[in-house]
Ligand binder design. Structure first.
Ligand SMILES: NC(=O)c1ccc[n+]([C@@H]2O[C@H](COP(=O)([O-])OP(=O)(O)OC[C@H]3O[C@@H](n4cnc5c(N)ncnc54)[C@H](O)[C@@H]3O)[C@@H](O)[C@H]2O)c1
Length: 479
């Protein structure tokens, strides 16, 4: 442990605070990976859920980042410092702080390590998506979960966005009969999509590429919407837009390797200004001397091993098919998904951000804007600055007039989905006819479709999911 340790019972709340339920029997949480996403969980534990849970430990290789979090917890909530630990102290931290549940919000490539170690040491786990980055790691997680019997949940917040829940409700109600095929396009814009090419995600070993890091959200949605298990995957994926070769082949001038210190910072629409935004500065720029994590690399440099344009076909056990496309360099951000059923068709169009500006003063410029710029992924579903039509859900029954289905959007991350997700994870999970809480099996199938697509990109052949992992006990039905 590397900071002064307060009394563990008092660590998360200021002395004298009356805690609903008196704090007795509160679940003890540790968070591993203290980047931007961790804030959703730490804030919830220090505020709305503090009567039920206690944040007792933080673990990350970067002390500067952990200290920044502790300072902002103190400033905002008046808390004592939460004890901090380095990765090599993870197991001793679990015992020392009597941790019940580990929340994993670290870089994707490290998820398996913490999930397995936590379960081996008697803890339950809440993992951010993706569950992990390749099939071998997934197998290890499945085997450990089966052996230990611990609870492992994956936080698939997209399921909770009201529009996505409405699709599930309609399909489940039989409104379009049996779903025979799905056509799904997701476009990431030059603000959010580009961000994956600036930081650790750009190295496929860290993220599994966008097929796993990003599309596992989308594959999970389809698995859940259909209540189906994916069987066979085939795809093409390539780096066609970002990277030095692509920029050179379009005749573009070379750019500095990072935005910070660049003379073109103001005028380059691809640049983000870490120094100009206090949270970005504190979390990344001021912390980079410790671990060399450069948050603002040029998207047109060498060293990118992930794809930016991906086309995938999936066949499900029921015989249903999915055609899916993901691009990461689009002028706008959102998705279109269409379901063809035996009784009709369902179409969802979602526009999350209408455009990305190149102008320095426009809030839609990368790194600028009214939403939290530290986490474009978290904010991707925030109401856009200039929506044309935020979400449109249309039911087209056979032999009948089409009808618009109204969807009430909530406030907060992912159309209000993050709040509902937190209640399932940290609060009193209520009975949910839509089955939105995702299990480790759901997490595994979502990333396995991506892992199969990655293998297909490399081999040019279709991939059977059953050839990637063996579910212990032969189980493995996602809900
Ligand atoms: N569900 C969502 O919508 C959503 C949104 C954003 C991020 N995420 C997920 O959250 C996770 C974190 O993403 P982020 O945007 O906060 O990234 P980030 O880069 O801001 O933070 C990653 C953190 O992991 C830490 N880390 C690196 N190596 C580590 C190790 N060996 N052990 C422990 N920690 C280590 C880094 O120091 C950093 O603090 C990712 O898995 C990402 O997929 C999910």
């Amino acid at each position: 442990m590397t900071t002064e340790q307060p009394s563990t019972q008092e660590s998360a709340v200021d002395a004298g605070t009356v805690i609903p339920g008196s704090g007795v029997g509160r679940t003890r949480y540790a968070v591993v990976g203290l980047g931007s996403r961790s804030r959703m969980f730490t804030t919830a534990l220090l505020t709305e859920y503090r009567g039920r849970g206690e944040l007792v430990a933080l673990c990350d290789p970067n002390e500067t980042r952990m200290n920044y979090h502790n300072k902002s917890f103190a400033d905002e909530y008046g808390t004592q410092p939460i004890p901090t630990y380095r990765p090599e102290e993870f197991v001793s931290m679990l015992a020392e702080q009597r941790v019940d549940v580990v929340i994993v919000t670290s870089m994707d490539r490290t998820h398996d390590h913490y999930i397995v170690a936590a379960m081996e040491n008697g803890c339950d786990v809440i993992s951010e998506k993706p569950l992990t980055t390749d099939a071998d790691k997934c197998q290890r997680i499945l085997d450990t979960q089966a052996r230990t019997g611990r609870k492992l949940t994956v936080s698939f917040n997209y399921r909770y966005a009201p529009r996505n829940s409405a699709v599930k409700e309609l399909i489940q109600s039989g409104a379009i009969g049996d779903v025979l095929s799905v056509h799904f396009e997701w476009v990431l814009d030059t603000k959010h999509g580009a961000d994956y090419f600036r930081r650790w995600h750009r190295d496929k070993r860290n993220s599994g590429g966008l097929m796993i890091h990003k599309a596992s959200h989308h594959f999970d949605l389809v698995n859940w919407w259909l209540g189906e298990t994916p069987r066979t995957v085939f795809g093409f994926g390539d780096l066609r837009f970002y990277g030095r070769d692509n920029a050179e082949s379009r005749g573009e001038a070379p750019r500095p390797y990072r935005s910070h210190g660049s003379p073109d910072l103001e005028s380059d629409p691809w640049a983000i200004d870490l120094a100009g935004e206090p949270t970005l500065r504190a979390l990344y720029l001021d912390a980079e001397h410790e671990d060399g994590y450069i948050r603002d690399r040029s998207v047109f440099t060498d060293g990118i091993s992930i794809e930016d344009d991906m086309a995938v076909l999936v066949k499900y056990r029921s015989g249903a098919t999915l055609s899916y496309h993901l691009t990461a360099y689009s002028p706008w951000e959102g998705y279109r998904v269409m379901f063809n059923g035996t009784k009709g068709r369902l179409e969802l169009d979602v526009e999350e951000r209408s455009y990305v500006s190149g102008a320095a003063q426009d809030p839609n410029k990368p790194g600028a804007g009214s939403t939290d710029p530290t986490n474009p992924e978290q904010n991707a579903d925030e109401p856009p600055a200039t929506p044309i039509d935020a979400a449109r859900l249309t039911l087209r029954p056979l032999w009948d007039i089409p009808r618009r289905v109204e969807v009430e959007e909530g406030s907060g991350g992912h159309g209000g989905g993050d709040r509902r997700l937190l209640n399932d994870l940290l609060g009193d999970a209520e009975a949910d006819p839509l089955g939105r809480a995702a299990t480790h099996v759901d997490g595994a199938y979502a990333m396995l479709v991506g892992a199969a697509a990655n293998r297909s990109f490399a081999t040019g052949a279709p991939v059977e999911i059953a050839d990637l992992v063996a579910f212990p006990g032969g189980g493995g039905q996602p809900r």
